[in-house]
Write a protein that binds this ligand. Structure first.
Ligand code: AMP
Length: 288
């Protein structure tokens, strides 16, 4: 496995691999790798001849007061995990390498889709994500890039960016990887106390119960939102819900009815951890 710190070295590596006629799958990450990230590497290696992983805690996607400074950085472990999983190259740029001029004057912004859900509470977050992903795609020039469904809005925004900018890459979305009790894996789970961790499992439990209710009876989405909030109040009192939404999975706009495909998405604060989760209810069955 090779490690590159400079864009120039990545481009030389990619030229060599391309010269051998091999395809490249790309997995962008912020490091502190867990099984959720590592399955993306597996998916990249299953679909492509080699995998490039980037590890970069991107400052422009963190808002003021968010956890940029404290975000867990575990590079030696991350490199060992990438090697063990069979990655071909890990790109570990500095902030200076990625943003050579301060302040950068160019941004990539996906209007409308960046606004709902997390976008409402994390001002500028998706512009930061899109800008860095556009830059990384331009540097690595992969055939396919792999993202997790856990960050559902991110996948919708990035797909649209790729379409709007005619970027020559296929976006592949992989399922959310969960702990055995259902909690979505996240680097931010380690911020949880033991009590918070025990209650955090209720995010997925509430979403699953809501999805089952939709499949059974497709109630109005307001009833679904109320049900999820009541479930959390009863079973996860340490959590402070930021939003619970029922939206169209393509447009991310709120819907009233649940007899069509819907995305249930939520964000909940537990102490200093902000956790997100979602569930896609693709084909609600007809009412009995
Ligand atoms: P991050 O390092 O948090 O920026 O995440 C990098 C990539 O890993 C993104 O595409 C995430 O959606 C994905 N990812 C993070 N956690 C999970 C998970 N539990 N299951 C699947 N993908 C994940």
């Amino acid at each position: 496995m090779d490690i590159a710190e400079s864009i120039q070295d990545v481009r030389a590596w990619v030229r060599r691999v391309r010269g051998e006629g091999r395809t490249i799958g790309f997995v962008p990450t912020m490091g502190n790798l867990h099984e959720g990230h590592l399955r993306l590497i597996d998916a990249a290696l299953a679909a492509c001849d080699t995998a490039v992983v980037s590890i970069f805690v991107n400052p422009t996607q963190f808002g003021p007061g968010e956890d940029f400074a404290n975000y867990p950085r575990t590079l030696p472990d991350d490199l060992a995990a990438c090697r063990q999983r069979g990655a071909g190259l890990v790109f570990v740029p500095s902030v200076r390498e990625m943003y050579p001029e301060q302040p950068p004057l160019t941004e990539v912004r996906v209007r409308v889709l960046e606004e709902p859900l997390c976008g409402r509470y994390r001002c500028g977050h998706f512009t930061g994500v899109c800008t860095v992903v556009a830059k990384l795609l331009n540097i690595v020039a992969p055939d396919q890039a792999f993202f997790g469904a856990k960050d559902f809005q991110q996948t919708v925004v990035i797909r649209r960016m790729v379409t709007d900018l005619n970027l020559p890459v296929e976006i592949v979305v992989c399922p959310t990887v969960r702990e055995s009790d259902g909690l979505a894996m996240s680097s931010r789970n380690q911020y949880l106390s033991a009590d918070e961790r025990a209650q955090a499992v209720q995010l997925h439990a509430a979403l699953r119960a809501a999805a089952e209710w939709i499949r059974r009876e497709h109630p109005r989405s307001e009833a679904i939102r109320r049900m999820i909030l009541e479930h959390l109040a009863a079973h996860a009192p340490l959590g402070a819900p930021q939003y619970v939404e029922v939206v169209n999975p393509d447009a991310l706009a709120p819907v009233e009815r649940t007899d069509e495909p819907v995305l249930l998405a939520l964000a909940v604060h537990f102490g200093k951890a902000r956790l997100i989760d979602n569930i896609l209810v693709e084909s609600p069955s007809a009412k009995a």
